[in-house]
Ligand binder design. Structure first.
Ligand code: ZN
Length: 281
């Protein structure tokens, strides 16, 4: 992972507004608290979703949680490790069951907590990922990166998640994690749109097919009426049975609750047989 040298980090920070600095300090503390809680909860076998907040994760924990992460801006005797060393970056953990508090710099995490080496390495990795995001933001500030909705081509209706919105509201560049999330949201949104369009087209086709069947039905009803009013009808009493069958099919179609297409096919062939006879001519 790429990291800015500490003095460059501070130089870039010195150009930020008080609001941006406060936002970054809060986000860093929140990110590290979440990363710490995630490692502890997963070590206990808890299944934690990707977007869980530290409050949600800490509900699984009864022992150590990260209470604070402080970047004092310079090495300060007000922020000390358990062993007395002055720190710039101080972590304070608290044991929920006893209320016991321990403070340390990251290099003494294992010494002052007694956590096993695997846990320690996972926590450090989690913290590094948060530091890495900060460095991405700061290096983009240095490079004059500007947010532009166009660069991701986000649809105007797409709802940007509140944490990313807050980040944008203070005018800071987006780190890659946020950009990846926005891209994924855009992809999901577009797939959703394609799906909706397909469903709408299918609905339209179904509607058109239904109209087509109804028109066919009305034409057949008219035809039957013509046959029934034919002056030659009484000369062919043998056709009455088919005329009655047609009436029955029409009644069933009008009542619904039948296979309309099947009834229409039967009606159509009955009408055909009548039309070949003298009634149709
Ligand atoms: Zn120490």
């Amino acid at each position: 992972m790429f990291h800015l040298p500490p003095d460059e980090r501070d130089l870039i920070r010195s150009e930020l507004t008080a609001e941006q600095l406060a936002y970054l300090a809060e986000t860093m503390a929140r990110g590290k608290r979440t990363a710490f809680a995630r490692v502890m909860a997963e070590a206990k076998g808890a299944d934690i979703s990707n977007d869980a907040s530290y409050e949600e994760i800490e509900a699984h924990l009864s022992e150590w949680v990260l209470d604070q992460y402080i970047d004092a801006g310079h090495v300060s005797s007000e922020h000390r490790c358990e062993c007395g060393r002055s720190l710039r970056h101080q972590y304070i953990v608290i044991q929920k069951s006893t209320g016991e508090i321990r403070s340390f710099g990251i290099t003494h995490l294992q010494e002052h907590t007694g956590f096993d080496a695997t846990i320690v390495s996972l926590i450090k990795k989690g913290f590094e990922a948060i530091d890495y995001e900060l460095d991405q933001v700061l290096s983009k500030v240095r490079d004059g990166w500007k947010y532009d909705r166009e660069f991701l081509n986000l649809p105007p209706e797409l709802e940007v998640p509140s944490d990313i919105k807050r980040h944008m509201a203070v005018g800071l560049p987006l780190h890659d994690g946020f950009i990846r999330r926005l891209k994924a949201l855009k992809r999901d949104y577009e797939q959703d749109m394609v799906q909706k369009r397909r469903e709408e087209q299918a609905r339209q086709r179904e509607k058109a097919a239904g109209m087509e069947l109804m028109n066919k039905f009305h034409r057949m009803v008219e035809q039957l009426e013509q046959y029934k009013s034919s002056p030659r009808r009484e000369l062919y009493p043998g056709l009455e049975i088919n005329l009655a069958r047609c009436d029955e099919l029409i009644r069933r179609i009008e009542d619904g609750d039948v296979d309309t297409k099947d009834c229409l096919d039967r009606l159509s062939s009955l009408l055909m047989s009548l039309s070949y006879s003298p009634l149709g001519r």
